[in-house]
Design a protein around this ligand. Structure first.
Ligand code: PNS
Length: 165
């Protein structure tokens, strides 16, 4: 399937995991153009990696995909989608625990921008449990995060998170 449509894969990507890469690469096979939109958090919402670090890790991890664009956005996703004339968001759905929050976000976005649809891809079985918070917790306590994040950025993430130990 390759639809002539641009979609947005939004997220905090703090940091990118193999679960994110799975969703981004599947979206890039399904749609002609994928905008990976990294939320540039307002100062009060603290992220562990800066916006530049998060984008840099994503750029390195998606070098093999040629129909994606990595950008940052702030404010409402529904507004950003409108600005970019994009009418579909693609998100990964892991377990039932994700569902309620994702459902709420999807309905809120639809209310704010009625043209905006949310398409959910079920997470690959291997990545059902994986989250950026889990990666951060394991790495900051000295655990091995190989197999959780892309190999090409593994050392960078480990080094960066070990400074928080
Ligand atoms: O990586 P995450 O935490 O699943 O990403 C959540 C994200 C960035 C998609 C979501 O927080 C978001 O869209 N934030 C922008 C603010 C917004 O539009 N809020 C209203 C709808 S939830």
């Amino acid at each position: 399937m390759n639809l002539e449509t641009t979609v947005i894969c939004p997220g905090s990507f703090d940091p990118v995991t193999l679960g994110h890469i799975d969703i981004i690469s599947r979206a890039s096979k399904m749609f002609s153009h994928v905008i990976v939109a990294v939320l540039s958090n307002p100062a009060k919402e603290k992220s562990s990696f800066s916006i530049d670090e998060r984008i840099n890790l994503l750029v390195k991890s998606t070098k093999n995909l040629d129909n994606i664009e990595i950008v940052s956005f702030d404010g409402l996703l529904a507004e950003y989608a409108k600005e970019r004339k994009v009418t579909a968001i693609v998100k990964g759905l892991r377990a039932v625990s994700d569902f309620e929050y994702e459902f709420q976000m999807s309905l809120t976005n639809k209310k704010l921008n009625p043209d905006l649809e949310t398409i959910f891809l079920t997470a690959e079985a291997n990545y059902m449990y994986l989250s950026s918070s889990m990666v951060k917790q394991v790495a900051s306590l000295g655990g091995d995060i190989k197999g959780f994040v892309p190999d090409c950025v593994l050392d960078e993430i480990v080094e960066r998170l070990s400074t928080n130990r």
